[in-house]
Design a protein around this ligand. Structure first.
Ligand code: CMP
Length: 448
């Protein structure tokens, strides 16, 4: 029967890789203990050893039938796959699968058994092959990257500490071993020594007495010093990255408040500015939509903009019943802006360069001296269209009543849209005409 080629992203294959990763962690913990304590490889241990060899052999088979991606191309040719695998990893996988103990114990010689214990350690090379699975976990979109990094860091430190502890037991000529309590806990004592040495705490209660021990301690101390710096650097980096948005926002706030102090900005204005930033943080976690989308290609940008702005499309009645092409055109050209309570968004008599759609909040349409309120516009409404349509000065002042999330549309784009979509042009012109007449009438009534 011909075995099919497996896709590298196949779910079952990923599950298998995770199983191999867990098994590799298992052997990394158990094999060094078997070696240093010379645990007799009989009964359960022998079954475990046999099981590992079988699984590792199966892994070789699966790996040599797994396609790979080369320069974005999926390579499924059996021969190419095998050539690549044998060049890169077959040796490691074969060593990890080899049942050293079972084979060498056939010789029935104490020296060869001793060698078998050490050869068995070679199986730990499989750890080098877990890089890809760990990389996959690290890149998983479902897990928080800082959490994954922290967990992996702790994991690697524990693995290193375990291996060093086992090595220390192997060479340690322990004077405290005569004490029955110590003698029962060589691993715990060795692990304690490793942690105190690696963390550079080093109480000195366990110290080297032979030449080989001294050399080993020097090496572990050097590793510890390097590792300590590495851990501190990594943890600082991980903490800074746990919430990038928050730390960037805080950095920005610090800059803004230093600037305000330096320029002696009056207290009420300072409050307004910090309230504005607080609102930005609460409503959109400080993210600036347009700058995030800037680098994306147009089709992707359109899809994301459509998704992000679906609310405004649904809210604005004047958009209802328009074509998809029209919606796309408008959406791609909308720019989010936020106004704080009391802001003058538009001032009567000014030249208009853009119009606005309200997504959240409300504004008052008022006369120049604010004595007449012509209208109050809420979510789904728009304003600023009259000046653009008639190329005339603004016919009223617009004042934000509360925090207003708006989208602005520039005059050039507005003109292009009117030209391309005459039906929309008619709708908006009719509405503008009605508003203009209403406002003029109210102004006339006031004067009389
Ligand atoms: P524009 O003249 O560009 O700037 C002021 C805006 O206020 C105006 O466009 C309209 O969008 C809006 N506006 C003016 N009068 C009214 C009204 N009576 N009802 C609603 N909105 C109005």
């Amino acid at each position: 029967m011909k075995f099919p080629i497996i896709h590298p992203d196949n779910r079952k294959k990923i599950a298998w890789d995770v199983f191999i990763l867990l098994l590799t962690i298992g052997i990394t913990l158990v094999i060094p203990l078997i070696t240093v304590f010379r645990l007799p490889l009989t009964g359960l241990f022998l079954i475990f050893d046999f099981f590992i060899s079988m699984v590792m052999l199966l892994d070789i088979f699966i790996e040599s039938h797994t396609a790979f991606i080369d320069q974005r191309e999926l390579i499924t040719d059996k021969e190419t796959i095998f050539r690549r695998y044998s060049r890169r990893a077959l040796v490691f996988d074969a060593v990890a699968a080899f049942p050293f103990f079972m084979v060498l114990s056939l010789f029935n010689s104490p020296l060869i058994i001793e060698i078998a214990y050490f050869c068995n350690l070679l199986r730990l090379v499989k750890l080098l092959r877990t890089k890809r699975t760990i990389g996959r976990i690290r890149n998983s979109k479902r897990l928080n990257p800082s959490f994954v990094r922290m967990t992996l860091l702790i994991f690697w430190i524990l693995v290193a500490a375990h291996l060093i502890s086992c090595a220390w037991i192997a060479i340690w000529d322990d004077p405290g071993a005569l004490n029955p309590i110590n003698a029962e806990q060589p691993y715990l004592r060795s692990f304690y020594w490793t942690v105190t040495t690696l963390t550079t705490i080093g109480y000195g209660d366990i110290s080297p007495s032979t030449r080989i021990e001294t050399i080993f301690v020097i090496i572990v101390e050097l590793i510890g010093a390097g590792m300590y710096g590495f851990i501190i650097g990594n943890i600082a980096n991980i903490i800074a990255n746990i919430d990038v948005a928050k730390s960037q926002y805080q950095e920005k706030m610090e800059k803004v408040s230093t600037f305000m102090r330096y320029k002696n900005i009056p207290a009420d204005l300072k409050h307004k500015i910090s309230d504005y930033y607080d609102y930005l943080w609460e409503s959109r976690r400080g993210y600036d939509e347009s700058s995030i989308l800037e680098d994306l290609p147009k089709p992707l940008k359109t899809s994301i903009s459509l998704f992000l702005n679906r609310e405004i499309i649904q809210k604005v009645p004047i958009f209802q019943g328009t074509s998809e092409e029209f919606i796309k055109e408008v959406i791609l050209n909308l720019e989010p802006v936020v106004f704080t309570p009391g802001d003058y968004v538009v001032i009567k008599g000014e030249i208009g360069y853009e119009m606005y759609f309200i997504s959240r909040g409300s504004v008052d349409v008022v006369s120049e001296d604010e004595s007449i309120v012509y209208a109050t516009l809420g979510a789904g409404s728009f304003f600023g269209e009259i000046a653009l349509l008639l190329s005339a000065p603004r016919n009223a002042t617009i004042k934000a009543r509360d925090y207003c999330d708006c989208y602005s549309l520039k005059k050039e784009t507005f003109d292009q849209i009117l030209e391309r979509f005459p039906e929309f042009a008619k709708r908006i012109s009719d509405m503008a005409e009605k508003r203009r007449a209403e406002t003029e009438e109210k102004q006339r009534n006031r004067k009389q």
